[in-house]
Ligand binder design. Structure first.
Ligand code: RFL
Ligand code: PHB
Length: 398
C-alpha cells in the first residue's frame, strides 16, 4: 500500500535552506511540503553558523521571521585579526559605506523558522526514512518516503534539494550530468560552546598563530562559541575542556587570553574543512540549494549566507513561474547562484589559507602569512576587499 498526495513544490531537508524556502513560498501562496530525515530536536541540536550578512537578515524579515534576530542578534561593525600575538581591528562598517554583520546562531534561525511553520500549520514530515526522488527529468516528478512504517508518494511540479552535503538529492543526479570540484584541507575545527560571557562581544576575533588558528565568537552576552584548528584525525576524547581553554589562550594576544572567561563546555564538536561545488544546480525539475550544492570552510562565515542567497534566487524563480508565467528565473537559477558561490568559495579559501597552519608550509609559510596580514591591516585596498566580502557582496553583484 502506498499513500499518495500532491503539492506544488516538494522540499527535501528542514535545515535553514529548506525552512527559509518554505516560508518564502508560503508567503507567495505556493503550496509546498518539507520532508526531513531527522527529528526536530536533532535538527536544532546541531551547533553551526553564527554570523549573518545583512542580505540574510533582510530575507528573514521578508519571510516574516525577523523578530528573533532583531531582539536576539548582536550587530557587529568590525572584526579583529590577531597575528604575532597582537590584535588589529578592521573597521568593516567604515570600509563598506555603513554595512554590518549580525551575530545570531543558526540554531536560533532554525528555531524561529520552525516556530513560524508550526504557527501557520505548514506541512513538515520529520523522521522520513528512505527518501527517494523520481522523474525530475520529466514533467511529473515525485518523492517517496516511509513514515511510521507507511510508504508515501508525494507528486509535485518541482523538487528543491535542500538536504545538505550528505543528502539524497545531489546523489540522485546521474554522474555524467554533474561536475564536482573539491578541496579537502589537512586539518579540522574543534568547537566549544560555553555559558560564559564572550571575550569580545563587539567583534569576532580571527587569530593566526604558529600553534594554529583560533576563533572567538558568541551566541549571546552570556554564551560564547570558540574554535581551535586541530589535526583532522584528533578525537573529541583527546580534548578535555581544560586542554581546550589552555590551547585557545596560547593562540590569542596576552590581554585577551588573560581576560577570557572559561567554564564547562555545553557542546563540543569537530568539523572537517572542505571547499566543494557541484555544477550545475538545476536538473530538469530538480534544484539544489545550500550545502547540497556547495560547501565552504567556515573561516569566512559564508555557508549559511550562501544558502540564503540560493533560496532567494530559487524562490524568486518559482514565484515568477507560478505568478508571472515566466521560466526565465528557473532557466537562470544555476548560473546566477553559481556566480555568487564561486566568489564566496574564493574568499573562504583565501581567508582559510591566510589564517591556518598548513603542515607542509613550515616556518617560511608562517612568515608569508604574517607579511600578508601585516600588509592587510595597513593597506586600505586589501582591508576593503576583506570587509566587502565579509559583509557579503550584493545579490545583484552580477
Ligand atoms: P543543512 O543545515 O545541512 O540541512 C540539511 C537538512 O537536510 C536533512 N537531510 C535529509 N532530509 C531528508 N532526506 C534525506 N536523505 C536527507 N539528508 C539530509 C538533514 O537532516 C538536514 O536537516 O544544510 P542547509 O539547510 O543548506 O544549511 C547550510 C548551513 O547549515 C551551513 O552552510 C552552515 O552551517 C555553514 N557554517 C556557517 N555559515 C555561515 O554563513 N556563517 C557562519 O558563521 C558559519 N559557521 C558553519 C559555521 C558550519 C560549521 N560546520 C559544523 C560545518 C561553523 C561550523 C563549525
Ligand atoms: C560561529 O559563531 O560559529 C562562527 C563565526 C564566524 C565564523 C565561523 C563560525 O567565521
Amino acid at each position: 500500500m502506498i499513500s499518495s498526495s500532491r503539492t506544488q513544490v516538494a522540499i527535501i531537508g528542514a535545515g535553514p535552506s529548506g525552512l527559509l524556502l518554505g516560508a518564502l513560498l508560503h508567503k507567495a501562496g505556493i503550496e509546498h511540503t518539507i520532508i526531513e530525515r531527522q527529528s526536530p530536536a536533532y535538527v536544532l541540536g546541531r551547533i553551526r553558523a553564527g554570523i549573518l550578512e545583512q542580505v540574510t537578515v533582510d530575507l528573514l524579515h521578508e519571510a516574516g521571521v525577523g523578530h528573533g534576530v532583531d531582539s536576539g542578534g548582536t550587530v557587529h561593525h568590525s572584526i579583529e585579526l590577531v597575528f604575532k600575538n597582537t590584535r588589529h581591528p578592521i573597521d568593516v562598517t567604515g570600509l563598506t559605506n555603513g554595512k554590518v554583520v549580525t551575530a545570531y546562531g543558526q540554531t536560533e534561525v532554525t528555531r524561529d523558522l520552525m516556530q513560524h511553520r508550526s504557527q501557520l500549520g505548514l506541512p513538515t514530515v520529520y523522521e522520513a526514512a528512505d527518501v527517494q526522488l523520481h522523474d525530475f527529468d520529466g514533467k511529473h516528478p515525485s518523492v517517496t518516503y516511509t513514515k511510521d512504517g507507511v510508504r508515501h508518494s508525494l507528486q509535485c511540479d518541482f523538487i528543491a534539494g535542500c538536504d545538505g552535503f550528505h543528502g539524497v538529492a545531489r546523489a540522485s543526479v546521474p554522474r555524467d550530468a554533474i561536475t564536482e570540484y573539491e578541496k579537502v584541507y589537512p586539518f579540522a575545527w574543534l568547537g566549544v560552546l560555553a555559558d560564559v560571557p564572550p571575550v569580545s562581544s563587539h567583534a569576532i576575533v580571527y587569530a593566526n598563530s604558529d600553534r594554529g588558528f583560533a576563533l572567538c565568537s558568541m551566541r549571546s552576552m552570556t554564551r560564547s562559541r570558540y574554535y581551535v584548528q586541530c589535526p583532522s584525525n584528533d578525537k573529541l576524547e583527546d580534548w578535555s575542556d581544560q586542554r581546550f581553554w589552555d590551547e585557545i589562550r596560547r593562540r590569542l594576544d596576552p590581554e585577551m587570553a588573560e581576560r577570557m572567561q572559561t567554564g564547562p563546555s555545553i557542546e563540543k564538536s569537530m568539523a572537517p574543512l572542505r571547499s566543494f561545488v557541484a555544477e550545475p544546480m538545476r536538473f530538469g525539475r530538480l534544484f539544489l540549494a545550500g550545502d547540497a550544492a556547495h560547501i565552504v570552510p567556515p573561516t569566512g562565515a559564508k555557508g549559511l549566507n550562501l544558502a540564503a542567497g540560493d533560496v532567494k534566487y530559487l524562490s524568486s524563480a518559482l514565484i515568477e513561474h507560478y505568478k508571472e508565467n515566466s521560466d526565465a528565473g528557473i532557466d537562470h537559477y544555476s548560473q546566477r547562484a553559481l556566480a555568487r558561490i564561486w566568489r564566496a568559495e574564493r574568499f573562504s579559501w583565501w581567508l582559510t589559507t591566510l589564517m591556518h597552519q598548513f603542515p607542509e608550509s613550515g616556518a617560511f609559510g608562517q612568515r608569508m602569512q604574517e607579511a600578508e596580514l601585516d600588509y592587510l591591516v595597513k593597506s586600505k585596498a586589501l582591508s576593503t576587499s576583506l570587509a566587502e566580502n565579509y559583509v557579503g557582496l550584493p545579490l545583484d553583484f552580477g
